[in-house]
Design a protein around this ligand. Sequence first.
Ligand SMILES: [Zn+2]
Length: 232
Amino acid sequence: MDKLVTGIHKFKNDIFTSQKTLFQRLAKGQTPLALFITCSDSRINPNLLTQTEPGDVFILRNAGNIVPPYGAVFGGEAATIEYAVSVLKVQDIIVCGHSHCGAMAALVDPAGLPESLPAVSHWLRFAETTRRIVMERYGEFSQEERVKKAIAENVLCQIESLHTHPAVAAAVSAERLKLHGWVYRFETGDVLNYDPSKGQFTSMGEELPKTGLRPAAKTLASRQVNASKPSV
Ligand SMILES: [Zn+2]
């Protein structure tokens, strides 16, 4: 805890003071560019990863970057998505999975979760589509390879789930909102972007399109994750 409290003092004395204009502007409201949906994993820092400032990215986090289908549960996810799209009018939604995701490892582990984690077990039911796809297509793979596949498949499944949210479906239909699937690799610093035309995740690296990010898959039919080699 000492580290956090020391950080608060450092923020107030150094960062806030040097960027006072920015924070005073943010006090009047926010106009974020994108909704960034990612895992709660402590190793992900969306602002650091995208080199953005406070106010640039509206962030939704939970275990496994999961988007429950609309109506399945009226929790924080649906409310955050609805507000971001309908009120803040973000232009992009990014679902960002990551390497070594514990939630995805638990999802595709045949031994299942211990009884001591009933909340986690219940939550992962919202990623059942991911689990079924992985076990159907990659059931013979090693656990390590299944996790890699699950991380990629889950990003695409959650993008599909986003389409069940009326605010998202309407905005996408009006072409004022684009959806993107990313996978962040801790060990290399790479961020992979799903390319529907190739049916694969490809490294963005220095090739970030100048005219905007490419939209991710909209339907199951448009999705083909390469089965012959790991996507992440
Ligand atoms: Zn994770």
